[in-house]
Design a protein around this ligand. Sequence first.
Ligand code: 9MR
Length: 354
Amino acid sequence: MKRTTALLIVPAIAVMLFSCSKKNIAVSTTVVTDTSFKQLPFPFGFAVNVSKLRTNIAYKNILLTQATSVSAETVMKIAYLHPAQNTYVWTDADYLVDFAVQNNIRVHGHTLVWHQSLPAWVTNFVGDSAAWENLLKTHIQTIVAHFKGKVTSWDVVNEAIENDGSGYRASSLWYQKLGIGFIARSFQYAHEADPNALLFYNDYGNEWGNTKRNAILNLVNDLKSKGVPINGIGLQMHTDYTQPDANIQTAISTAAATGLKVHISELDISMNPSNNQTLVFNSIIAQQQSDKFKMVAKAFNSIPKAQQYGITTWGIGDADTWITGFYSRPDWPLLFENNYQKKAAFFGVLNSVK
Ligand code: 9MR
């Protein structure tokens, strides 16, 4: 939405709310302010932690005022949704999906088939290849069918390429039990359960260099050429401020060259990649971060419109990030402070398209 339109709409909404509240009529409306990501020309969203959504008002308010898309950070992974062979626990995922649907926010499902977050019943499962195939198919189709019509898109297969791009991830149980065909068949099963859902292959490291990028691009191009129902490629983009712009640009433009929709699906920009335990966030770091976020959003906005599936950051405020725990270091990789105040990088993203 253009700024001028927003400026007209905000007072209009305020008038509506005022006149309705006098008559005690509840109005539900989308809140748009002139500093909202809802003004961006492409969808923008966040990975959501459902317990924070339930309990933290400031967290929830960012979603209401800024998000046009959400992904589940953990509650749609197999260990959470499908903790025993015949048990599905929908509570948290349904809570997120209902919240999003009520507030006109798109839901991107993350993730159906991954080598991590596997429950014991899967890692201990004993069966021949037909039994494993049935396990995979039932898992995918039960979940996709449950959310049919509410979840717009899915990361069907996540991270099936080795960390260094040298081949298919050999340690993946799915690969070991079912062979490389598990990838194509997973897309097929998801498509059967919801033919309208947009299906993505999601991975990290497209911006690292040729080896990983080519391995990922070869995989998705191969799926496409075989007629597998794949609609998009997810670039996780867990990156840091030292990553050269050219590498990020190449990651985005080569993904677009596949013709698939492109989702920057798990964006965070680490400001402490060298693990300095005493680093303190300051205005210089804030500006470096803003420049990098702006660059990413600009590069994304330059691919063809129809392929711009959106940008999702992996968390909302710096307190939400997985990075500080995973690397045991201070870091500030997201767009909002711990208390959900906007950082310089928020405005960097907002201004990227002006
Ligand atoms: O951020 C997620 C963290 O909270 C979970 O503990 C972890 C395991 O489920 O997954 C993290 O998210 C990962 C995502 O699902 C896939 N790409 C890498 C993300 C960061 O590890």
